[in-house]
Ligand binder design. Structure first.
Ligand code: BGC
Length: 426
């Protein structure tokens, strides 16, 4: 099949951000943070107070952690040792979507989803009914909080669409389900976002961490705000920066938006996260080949293409499965498109780190720090971590960039929720 070189080059250009463009993104990001904190109209980042600060490390006891934020749901029984360590005593994990059921789409019923969760909580405490557990809930969707317990879902993201949950206090829905299921010894007492969870957990390992990032199915970040202008106590702010919108969208981005559950929302997330990168490649590949692609590429396909051998063996197999044909020249082009999409994602992720780095430093020099990152894209997509480092140097200069260490912190959703449950129980 013949590939039109011009069309290909235009597509690559759509996914290319030069240094100046990246600097503009980082700069507007920093401004949007201030605008969101001041609750200005039109601010794209919600900048939500989490009502929790950095942990001390002396948190101790057994706590339940519920991780609700992706298609896989987890309930963990975690022992905090009191000296910056967390041990998983029991873990129950189950998908919310299988071929038999879907507990996250428009046809799902909120009570069914929360009953399903309550059953998993019951399983996690099976055999220890005589002991009371506080439960920390890592709920990874934009939620407005009044305190550490009370988080009201603003809107679903990541293509979740369960009716009847937006506007509700999610822990109340969980409590009601626990009551329906007769689980009497578990008390949900806190809610945190997954970015907050990763930051709390990272503080145990790297005390200089002030920024937490999730770079996975979804994309978001939080940071520790020591100087709330409204007089609130120092606390971690969930930026909900997946919704950052001061971005030049390409026509492929526009097409993806139009097909999504919420076309006007989550523009940055749709350019960065694992949930959408594959779809962007589908859109680009369909334009290039002039063929419809029924089965979307995934972020895993992109990773496979990036790690492929010089004969594009894996890419050819993926093409055959998803596009119905294979051709070595097209496979090569597909890999270049996949690379452009993933490099743009990582460069934008770096710009979104630089915003809070600048904000935290203010007029002072940037301090040496770790940035805690969890998520499959950061962990597994070839080249992403190196691209972030290079982009940080482009944006900050080599000297300041050398002070910044983005580091993978896994298991934060569990540990962070246990820490939150412990803090809230005091
Ligand atoms: C949600 C965030 C979450 C992120 C990563 C986004 O879609 O809005 O709350 O932190 O995904 O899970």
């Amino acid at each position: 099949m013949a590939i039109e070189q011009e069309k290909f080059e235009q597509l690559i250009k759509q996914f290319t951000l030069d240094t100046d463009q990246l600097k503009t993104v980082a700069d507007s990001f920093r401004k949007e943070m201030v605008s969101g904190l001041a609750r200005e109209e039109g601010a794209s980042m919600a900048m939500l107070n989490s009502y929790i600060g950095m942990p001390k490390g002396d948190e101790i006891g057994d706590f339940l952690a519920l991780d609700f934020g992706g298609t896989n749901l987890r309930v963990l029984n975690i022992h905090l040792t009191g000296d910056c360590k967390a041990e998983v005593i029991k873990k129950v994990a189950r998908p919310l979507v299988t071929e038999e059921y879907n507990l996250i789409n428009k046809d799902a019923k909120a009570d069914d989803t929360f009953d399903f969760i309550a059953d998993m909580v019951a399983e996690a405490v099976e055999g220890v009914e005589d002991k009371k557990f506080y439960l920390g809930h890592t709920f990874s969707f934009p939620s407005i909080q009044e305190n550490i317990y009370n988080a009201r879902l603003i809107n679903w993201t990541k293509e979740f669409a369960i009716p009847g949950v937006e506007g509700e206090v999610v822990n109340d829905l969980l409590k009601a389900a626990l009551e329906r299921k007769g689980v009497k010894n578990v008390e949900p007492n806190s809610v945190i976002n997954d970015t907050v969870a990763v930051l709390l957990a990272a503080a145990y390992q790297y005390p200089d961490t002030r920024i937490g990032v999730i770079y996975a199915t979804g994309y978001n970040a939080c940071y520790f705000e020591s100087n709330h202008k409204d007089g609130a106590a120092p606390s971690i702010v969930n930026m909900e920066c997946g919704n950052f919108d001061k971005l030049a969208l390409s026509s492929c981005d526009e097409e993806l938006n139009a097909k999504s559950e919420r076309p006007a929302n989550q523009h940055l997330e749709k350019m960065i996260s694992g949930r959408y990168m594959g779809e962007l490649l589908t859109i680009a590949a369909a334009r290039l080949s002039g063929k419809e692609i029924a089965d979307d590429f995934t972020a895993i396909d992109i990773s496979d293409m990036l790690a492929d051998d010089e004969n594009s063996t894996k890419t050819l197999a993926i093409m055959k499965a998803k596009m119905g044909f294979e051709c070595p020249e097209c496979a090569q082009k597909l890999r270049e498109l996949a690379k452009a999409i993933s490099v743009r994602s990582a460069r934008l992720a770096a710009a979104a780190m630089v915003g809070p780095i600048w904000h935290i430093a203010g007029d002072n020099p940037i301090e040496a720090q770790h940035i805690a990152v969890d998520g499959s894209v950061f962990q597994f997509m070839p080249g992403v971590q190196d691209t972030i480092k290079a982009a940080l140097a482009e944006l900050l200069g080599a000297e300041d960039a050398a002070k910044i260490s983005p580091v993978l912190v896994t298991g934060g959703s569990g540990t962070g929720a246990a820490i939150a449950a412990c803090v809230a129980s005091k």
